[in-house]
Design a protein around this ligand. Structure first.
Ligand code: GLN
Length: 535
């Protein structure tokens, strides 16, 4: 069977949940026994998300093969329970770079190189490459931004062409658009959706279905209007109203028949979906009764999307332990600038996660938080930068190495316990040059991480330039900080733990990227179950 394509566009506003809709539809098709993959198109000129500020863009999601991608790939991986490649995130920057490179090599043989057909051809080539490399039955393609954006036009033109080239029944166009409620009358207004559908049609794309994002269930009158003005039957208009958790969205759309509708439109047999374990997961999430308070210490805490995968990983673990996670967001730089007493800031937390990050701002606040967790025996997980700063804290306050630091922050520290990875010397370009992606790690038998993972060899994803300086391992270990995981390639420090505690773990890799609703990451499970033992 040739691959089928589902194109998801957005209307009215961005950030209305296209990513969740795409991931949800993917799950409904996967639950029918089809193999599914998903592509995110980002119409910006950055080659990847790696150089983008998480404050503006949200978290940088890292794939197995070391792609620094848009956070929507995280939704896809979590909902579809699959691993994607960096090729599943296509940006304008990648497309233009490739076309301009080819032009410089003279590959266009004297032609004028243009947006149509050269850019659009490259877009189609990239989408089809994912299809041929994965062999998936269905390729979902989400186009970032909103219909009508100048940046998105070449992508929509490529979609229009693909719909013709792939032939009837082989593609589906889904338009996700916001239906606002007028506060004065409480009425759902459909005019913005009508306009965005018109805009889509002007480009030459007639949507096959509309997913209306709204606060409350779509009213019959609003549905009727959207259907009429989109030239669609009413059963092709779906209500995606606010629900308690994003993991409910697939079930909400399934109830309204989106899965069957999509399958039949794609000429696929509509099999009975197997959503049993997903339903159970959602039920566990909603039925949990015991609250557990988790402090999240970082420097981008104002935009929670900056740490999306960690938040989700905590939720997955919490659901399986029937806990309700309550996040206490702690802006580490405030501990420094406002001279806050860390005891006051963290008192009552049952677990402390020190989040990944870069640079000096907030680093001392994080170190203070780590000291608090260590001294008060609060279950602690330091991730990436959080692990590195835990080593700094331990070196300073337990080993007694005054002024110990990471050379990222203090290049002249007398005790550079965290130092640049050897292979990073001489690298000056910032884009895509960190140690990225999954690497195998050997766990030390008898350690806590070994017990939690239940095996000796694991692979976790990385994104860093610095590491524990091997010169200090003996000193750290002599004072009780155990190196409990090392990389297969050259014995780099990957995990540390403090055995005097129930749970005190530093993780150089990012375990959050591999946490799945139905398969929570072992370190988060360990952290939360330890948290329940705190008064
Ligand atoms: N800044 C640190 C490094 O580059 C940690 C990075 C991170 O937390 N992702 O190694």
């Amino acid at each position: 069977m040739p691959s089928k394509y589902v194109f998801v566009t957005g209307g009215v506003l961005s950030s209305v949940g296209k990513g969740i809709t795409t991931a949800s539809l993917g799950l409904l098709l996967k639950a029918r026994g089809y193999s599914v993959t998903a592509i995110k198109i980002d119409p910006y000129l950055n080659v990847d998300a790696g150089t983008m500020n998480p404050y503006m863009h949200g978290e940088v999601y890292v794939t197995e093969d070391g792609g620094e991608t848009d956070l929507d790939l995280g939704h896809y991986e979590r909902f579809l329970h699959i691993n994607l490649s960096k090729k599943n995130n296509i940006t304008t920057g990648q497309v233009y770079m490739r076309v301009i490179d080819a032009e410089r090599r003279g590959e266009y043989l004297g032609q004028t190189v243009q947006i149509i057909p050269h850019i659009t051809n490259e877009i189609k080539r990239r989408i089809r490459e994912v299809a041929s490399e994965t062999g998936a039955d269905i390729i979902l393609v989400e186009i970032g931004g909103t219909v009508g954006d100048i940046e998105g036009q070449p992508f929509l033109e490529a979609v229009r062409q693909m719909r013709i080239e792939e032939g009837p029944g082989n593609t589906l166009s889904i338009h996700v658009a916001l239906v606002p409620i007028l506060s004065v009358t409480g009425e759902q207004k459909t005019k913005p959706v009508q306009h965005s559908v018109q805009e889509l049609r002007r480009i030459g794309i007639q949507p096959d279905a509309i997913v209306a994002r709204c606060k409350r269930p779509l009213e019959p009158e609003a549905k009727r209007k959207i259907a009429l003005y989109s030239s669609l039957p009413e059963h092709a208009v779906f209500s995606s109203h606010d629900v308690e958790t994003v993991y409910e969205v697939p079930l909400l759309l399934e109830e309204q028949g989106l899965g069957s509708y999509a399958a039949s439109k794609l000429g696929l047999e509509d099999r009975r979906p197997d959503l049993e374990s997903w339903r159970e997961f959602v039920a566990r999430l909603k039925d949990a009764s015991r609250r557990v308070e988790v402090a999240m210490v970082g420097k981008y805490t104002r935009l929670k999307d900056s740490y999306m995968s960690i938040v989700e990983a905590v939720k997955h673990a919490a659901a399986s332990l029937r806990l309700i996670p309550a996040f206490r967001w702690v802006e580490a730089s405030r501990i420094e600038s406002e001279k806050l007493d860390v005891d006051d800031v963290l008192r009552g937390s049952q677990a402390v996660i020190v989040l990944p990050g870069f640079g000096a701002r907030g680093s001392e606040g994080k170190i203070d938080s780590i000291r608090y967790a260590r001294e008060n025996k609060i279950p602690f997980l330091g991730i990436c930068y959080g692990m590195q700063l835990a080593v700094v804290e331990f070196a300073r306050n337990v080993v007694g190495l005054r002024g110990a630091h990471s050379t990222e922050i203090d290049p002249h520290t007398p005790y550079p316990v965290i130092d640049l990875l050897a292979e990073q010397h001489g690298i000056s370009r910032l884009g895509g040059t960190m140690r990225l992606g999954a690497y195998p790690i050997r766990l030390v038998k008898g350690s806590l991480v070994y017990r939690l993972y239940g095996k000796e060899l694991v692979a976790e994803r990385h994104r860093h330039r610095y590491e524990v300086n091997p010169r200090f391992i003996d000193k750290l270990e002599a004072s009780g900080l155990m190196v409990s995981g090392v990389s297969e390639d050259g014995g780099r420090v990957e995990f540390v733990e403090y055995r005097e505690h129930d749970f005190y773990v530093g993780s150089q890799p990012h375990p959050e990227f591999k946490s799945r609703p139905l398969e929570p990451a072992p370190l988060f499970l360990g952290l939360l179950s330890a948290a329940t033992r705190v008064g």
